[in-house]
Design a protein around this ligand. Structure first.
Ligand SMILES: [Ca+2]
Ligand SMILES: [Ca+2]
Ligand SMILES: [Ca+2]
Ligand SMILES: [Ca+2]
Length: 381
């Protein structure tokens, strides 16, 4: 409310001369100006009109003043994020712009302190989703330093909103971070909003494959194609950086390796000269760029006693299988054989029937035909 007082010189009348803004204000007989509507500073913050004071003399004398109304701000707008979910990717073991990951932008339509934003990061106690984004799920770093060290890998500049990685990150330890980013204005009382922040850590080929299989083998079979052993290895990286290829380094006409699966087999039947210890250098490499590799020595013992024992065991297990088929009577092979016999029998019956019908038509004699059919039934019964 504003008051305009024009002195005591007779009876004074007040009125507002305005442009469009006149309807928004009124002035009472004592010169008090009041508003007629609610004002929204974010739509318009300045109004101007002229107030006139007029005496009741004859002729009447008057004076006028310019009145300027400035609408003060109220903190009635929440900080607004550009988007609700921010997703960033960061290559492990590296910085982006000296630790800077991105700048989080927030707007607030208010003015002054009411639109001045401070940023904070918080861990989420719930799952990584927009539904979990409620203040009851927020855990701030100072309270949880020992409970959730993941958040300590990042920090946000509280005034600029620049999100930074504090240190190099290892994808093999954690490949995704999920936080809440909170923006608070400095109004009284303060208003705040939050958004989901997801940081995916991309893989770099920083792990050498590790051989995990036993590298000592006693060969038990002399036949070409026999399984010798399978080389297994682990690589902690991701995708092609962890896809492994297996190779025998030296040329060998006796041993071959499957490049993808790592199993080693006999390329040919054993000869007498093969009966000794063989040392193979196995190379296991990933498909990263550049590729990393490890080599290991595989020791294969070949002696007649072990081979004979292995061959004897192979023979016994083969005989056991045969017995199982005989005892059960209806092994898969037996069933196939029975099926083929039945099929041949049915074809024979159909051909015979077809022949019988054609011959009957040629005989033109019912008794001969009946005799023939009777003979046919007797043959198949
Ligand atoms: Ca605000
Ligand atoms: Ca406001
Ligand atoms: Ca690797
Ligand atoms: Ca890696």
């Amino acid at each position: 409310m504003i008051s305009i007082f024009a002195g005591n010189n007779g009876q004074i009348k007040y009125r507002l001369i305005t442009r469009n803004d006149a309807e928004l204000f009124r002035i009472d007989p004592k010169g008090k100006i009041t508003t007629l509507v609610q004002f929204d500073r974010e739509k318009r913050d300045i109004y101007e009109f002229i107030a006139v004071a007029e005496d009741s003399g004859s002729p009447s004398l008057s004076s006028a003043i310019n009145v300027k109304i400035i609408v003060a701000d109220e903190n009635d707008n929440y900080p607004k994020f550009e988007q609700q979910i921010f997703t960033f990717s960061l290559l492990e073991n590296s910085y982006i712009n000296k630790h800077l990951i991105a700048k989080i932008n927030v707007s607030d339509s208010d003015q002054g302190e009411n639109s001045k934003i401070e940023y904070k990061l918080a861990s989420l106690t719930g799952e990584c989703s927009l539904q979990a984004l409620t203040p009851s799920n927020f855990l701030f770093p100072n309270k949880i330093a020992n409970l959730n060290p993941a958040i300590n890998n990042f920090w946000i500049d509280k005034t600029s909103g620049e999100l930074n990685a504090r240190d190099t990150l290892d994808r093999e330890q954690m490949n995704r971070y999920c936080f809440a980013v909170i923006a608070m204005d400095q109004g009284v009382p303060s208003l705040n909003s939050s958004a989901l922040l997801i940081i995916d850590i991309l893989d770099q080929n920083d792990n050498v494959p590790k051989i995990t299989s036993n590298m000592t083998v006693y060969l038990q079979s002399s036949l070409a194609g026999s399984h010798v052993t399978t080389i297994t290895a682990k690589d902690l990286d991701d995708k092609e950086n962890a896809e492994l290829s297996f190779r025998i380094v030296q040329q060998s006409d006796l041993f071959k390796i499957d490049e993808r699966q790592g199993f080693i087999y006999l390329a040919r039947k054993l000869e007498t000269s093969d009966y000794h210890t063989h040392l193979l250098t196995i190379n296991v490499s990933d498909n990263g760029k550049p590729s990393l590799f490890v080599t290991g020595q595989l020791r294969i013992f070949i002696d007649a006693a072990t081979i004979n024992r292995g061959n004897a065991q192979d023979y016994l297990s083969f005989m056991d299988k045969l017995k199982t088929v005989e005892v059960n009577g209806f092994g898969p092979d037996t069933l196939l054989f029975c099926g083929i016999l039945t099929f041949i029998f049915l074809i024979a019956v159909i051909i015979s029937l077809f022949t019988a019908v054609i011959l009957c038509r040629r005989f033109q004699d019912t008794s001969k035909c009946n005799n023939f059919i009777a003979y046919f039934i007797k043959f198949y019964s």
